[in-house]
Ligand binder design. Structure first.
Ligand SMILES: NC(=O)C1=CN([C@@H]2O[C@H](COP(=O)(O)OP(=O)(O)OC[C@H]3O[C@@H](n4cnc5c(N)ncnc54)[C@H](O)[C@@H]3O)[C@@H](O)[C@H]2O)C=CC1
Ligand SMILES: O=C(CO)COP(=O)(O)O
Length: 333
């Protein structure tokens, strides 16, 4: 197949290498022409995935038109805050029968919209049947290290999820198909907010009791919001829910957990961010999740706490104390 991968950060680069190993012809779109040129010359993405060779089947380009020409699958792997602008630019470049796969894990901060909703607005409501969300526990570096990894391809039209499942499953990467598009998108996005909180717990030096409590109650709030917006609770018990939540809340490679940990250690957000060139989706998504929680009247105390630390200057320790001091309640609603 011909696959266009839109985004040459760590996940886009890793997926392009896997797709090439699978025998597909890959065009990898990089926003910066200088990066596209460097990728083609050096055959390596030193900024994001050093020492990983780009196979010959991967050709980089900074032109969206060139990347998507003749593509049967267009796979979005850029940060979610760039989705609206890039989807708008894709208008007219997407073949009618092409599948669109989104590997981004975030929600638009200003509107609370998922990537599939932005896709419907910017491209076509009808085409949402061909929209597939790719999510689940998958650090790019571990996938390329050959570690067995299981993720989900989800679409309103299960047959399209299955097409992507077949196209991308390879050796150590096993895809499951799922028809809960909303739940899959929600899981991948909201877990990043909870991972920020998990990092704060670690940075404060709290123990494993605290981390286990945070993950479990984080899952409870992810599930409440997902169900409220139309996803399924069952999906939160799968790879795109608890699977990715556990990975991101405990894995040293997580950028979201890293940012939370540094905040827990007392550093300021601006200082943490200025030393980072990779995306931590949970920072913007915390705004979106809070917006949705308000809109759907869903209790999300951990998200509230993360939002207060990041956007309202609240002290991390005080946020934890306030979470513990809330009125007592039943475990399940
Ligand atoms: N890195 C990983 O292991 C995984 C990442 N993801 C998701 O994939 C998406 C992309 O993440 P990564 O590849 O890790 O990102 P990254 O942080 O490695 O790279 C981000 C890329 O996006 C570019 N970029 C930044 N702002 C942009 C804009 N406004 N317009 C266009 N391009 C822009 C950067 O130049 C860079 O090439 C995120 O939603 C992330 O949550 C999902 C699974 C695994
Ligand atoms: O989503 C991820 C792996 O599944 C990556 O998480 P981070 O963006 O926190 O690194």
């Amino acid at each position: 197949m011909r696959i266009a991968i839109v985004g040459a950060g760590s996940w886009g680069t890793a997926l392009s290498i896997i797709a090439a190993h699978k025998g597909h012809t890959v065009r990898l779109w990089a926003r910066r022409a200088e990066l596209a040129e460097r990728l083609n010359l050096e055959r390596e993405n030193g900024d994001y995935l050093p020492q990983q060779k780009l196979p010959e089947e991967v050709q980089a380009t900074a032109s969206l038109a060139e990347a998507t020409r003749g593509a049967e699958i267009v796979l979005y792997a850029s940060p979610s805050h760039a989705a609206r602008e890039i989807l708008r630019a894709l208008h007219g470049h997407l073949a009618r029968e092409a599948l669109f796969v989104s590997a981004a894990k975030g929600i638009e901060a200003e509107t609370g919209k998922r990537i599939s909703e932005i896709f419907a607005e910017e491209l076509s409501e009808m085409a949402v049947e061909r929209f597939v969300a790719l999510s689940g526990p998958s650090f790019a570096r571990e996938v390329l290290a050959g570690y067995p990894t299981a993720i989900v391809a989800a679409s309103r039209a299960i047959e399209n999820a299955r097409l992507v499942q077949t196209a991308l499953s390879h050796a150590n990467l096993r895809l499951y198909a799922n028809d809960d598009l909303i739940g899959t998108e929600m899981g991948g996005a909201v877990k990043n907010v909870i991972a920020l909180a998990a990092g704060m717990v670690v940075g404060l030096g709290l123990g494993t009791n605290s981390l286990a409590a945070l993950i479990t109650r984080g899952l409870a709030e992810m599930t409440r919001l997902t169900v409220a917006v139309g996803g399924r609770a069952e999906t939160m018990l799968g790879l795109a829910g608890v699977g990715d939540l556990v990975l991101t809340c405990t894995g040293e490679l997580s950028r979201n957990r890293y940012v939370g940990r540094e905040l827990g250690r007392g550093r300021k957000l601006e200082d943490v961010m200025c030393g980072m060139h990779e995306v931590a989706e949970g920072i913007r998504t915390a705004r979106a999740v809070r917006l949705l929680a308000e809109r759907y009247a869903v209790r999300m105390p951990i998200t509230e706490a993360v939002h207060a630390v990041i956007y309202e200057g609240k002290n991390v320790r005080a946020a934890v104390d306030d979470l513990m001091a809330r009125p007592l309640r039943d475990e399940f609603d």
